[in-house]
Design a protein around this ligand. Structure first.
Ligand SMILES: [Zn+2]
Length: 192
């Protein structure tokens, strides 16, 4: 990644992750009765820091798996979308399970799970394959190979080479939240 590329990695990912619709998001406000339906035409979800945080709120998502369970549930979620100055219900429904899915997780502290399973007619498992970190106007990344090896890349110091850091089986997932002084901005999952 070019030094000083700023937030353009997010824009780049948005471009790369364009897709034919894989589902829809329906939001409804019971104050103004406004109902909005948008199709999901990106292979990425914006995760958000929950707006209400109480000390004993067990319903709070702490990992990507929790976030998916909450956000893809048929009842939907009341977090993330506002109308009439309050959080309104949004129901996300997938009609296709994509082979790649990314999550914008800046400032959420959501833990990356090693994998998760989505189910429509059949089950599909997606594995953590990449993490992109941001800090000091600079991006770094970790790539996870099929055998679980974690590879670190920083164009500025490693160039095209990657440095092996360990294996995901023996890594505490919380340790993946940061990379030096950088924090996770994007998690990438893929089938296989
Ligand atoms: Zn409204």
């Amino acid at each position: 990644m070019r030094q000083g590329a700023g937030t353009s990695v997010n824009e780049l990912c948005e471009e790369l992750l364009n897709t034919n619709p894989i589902g829809s998001i329906v939001t409804s406000c019971d104050t103004c009765n406004n109902i909005n339906r948008t199709s999901i035409d990106k292979l990425s979800f914006n995760c958000y820091r929950p707006t209400h945080q109480t000390n004993n709120d067990d319903s709070q998502a702490t990992s990507i798996k929790d976030w998916i369970v909450q956000n893809l549930s048929p009842e939907g979620t009341f977090q993330g979308v506002k109308c009439c100055r309050k959080d309104i219900q949004s129901i996300t429904t997938l009609t296709k399970i994509p082979r790649i899915l990314a999550f914008h997780v800046s400032n959420t502290d959501l833990l990356p799970d090693k994998n998760f399973t989505l189910q429509l007619k059949s089950k599909q498992k997606l594995n953590l394959r990449g993490l992109i970190y941001f800090g000091d106007f600079h991006f770094t990344s970790r790539f996870i190979s099929k055998n679980g090896d974690i590879w670190f890349n920083d164009r500025m110091t490693t160039g095209r080479e990657c440095r092996k850091e360990g294996n995901i089986e023996s890594t505490n997932l919380a340790d993946l939240l940061t990379c030096g002084t950088h924090t996770t901005t994007l998690l990438i999952y893929a089938c296989g």
